[in-house]
Design a protein around this ligand. Sequence first.
Ligand code: OOG
Ligand code: NI
Length: 459
Amino acid sequence: MCHIDPNAIRTLFSRAMSGMYRDEVPAYGTLLDLVRLVNEARLEAEPSERARLQELGELDRVSEERHGAIRLGTPQELSTMRRLFAVMGMYPVGYYDLSAAGVPVHSTAFRPLEQSALNANPFRVFTSLLRLDLIEDAELRAEADEVLSQRKIFTQGCLDLIARAEADGGLTSEEAESFVAEALETFRWHPEANVEHALYKRLHEAHRLVADVVAFKGPHINHLTPRTLDIDAVQRLMPERGIAPKAVIEGPPARAVPILLRQTSFKALEEPVSYSDGVTTVDGSHTARFGEIEQRGLALTPKGQALYDRLLAHTRGLVRPAADGSNAAEYMETLERTFADFPDDLETIRTEGLGYFRYSATGKGSSTEDLARDPATLVTAGVLRADPIIYEDFLPISAAGIFQSNLGDEASQGFAANPNRARFEEDLGAPVIDLHQRYAEVEAASLAHARAVLAHAHA
Ligand code: OOG
Ligand code: NI
């Protein structure tokens, strides 16, 4: 039997999701059009950047690129979701604790691992699990538990095809098409709530996020995020298209060398929802779904990440971005000033060991002595080139900012930081992959390959 490449299933799925979300949330379509325009203008203005991306095989993925996010209610949902994503070549990378930021969830991101898979289609899903253990009201906790234990978020057809893929080691293209159609059902928006209005209100009072998870029939995709090559331009142009972005861009400031991830979002839509107790129906509303854009840059080593974390903490110690945007300019200025301490040229970043790089042989003549030289020397000699490895993951403080901006100001409710990775992995049914280790492996593999090419030239 002939199996279809999991990368192709992921592409089918990511396109189907994008189409569905465009129908459900028209502003997402507007945002996609704007991002495409800005990206094209950027590549036109910088032909060398276009050529570089093309050469690295990264050009095609840029316009395809998006991530989404969902919030799950139970360990069973999380472990089945892990199996569902595995069918499409997506695996859990990283553990993010958001309790410290006042959001009662912990999360991972399902994404492709290999560079070839990322280049084929980098679609990823930030996946959170609700932590009812952080909700104080024991009675409400029990009611929420009961509602969640009854709901079925996967269609039987989806479950059958996951089992088929596991048993057969893959899906045929026909099976893949029905898998994508069945899987899509899980991520769809349901305008009929799963609870009565009174319970919705109590869940909402405990925390808006608790209502978003417990009161609905499934984990509706709450945003899809295209990747832009110039986030400042998109942020500036959004209001012209009738979209009001959040006040500040999360993450590092604008720099000559983009690092990690910068993100901004626009506020959740207020959507009509009907609440029913089986006899009477109450019309109400719920805000959950929003739009976001991101710009991705260099992946940082633990040393670079520690510097980033320290500079961000320092900035936020001086100015905390207010939700109403009143100190946005002051925050961005302080951020830029503080980040002057983070080297902003590739050479320094590389030689100080702050970022991860992909090495390749330039084809320039080398000597047999070069085989024993360190990569920095070989790059200086022009024998190797080093290109930044793009950060494929997320940032917990930024994620918290995205959550907060869409939950409303009243939701910045405090919990003590309370990470529980062991529990998360138990619920997931697998360990999460360490993200720094992944980048280190990609870098090491590129260097080994480049050295083999040099050695071959002297064989
Ligand atoms: C997820 C928020 C995090 C990001 O891009 O950092 C996120 C959510 O609101 O469910 O998507
Ligand atoms: Ni996001």
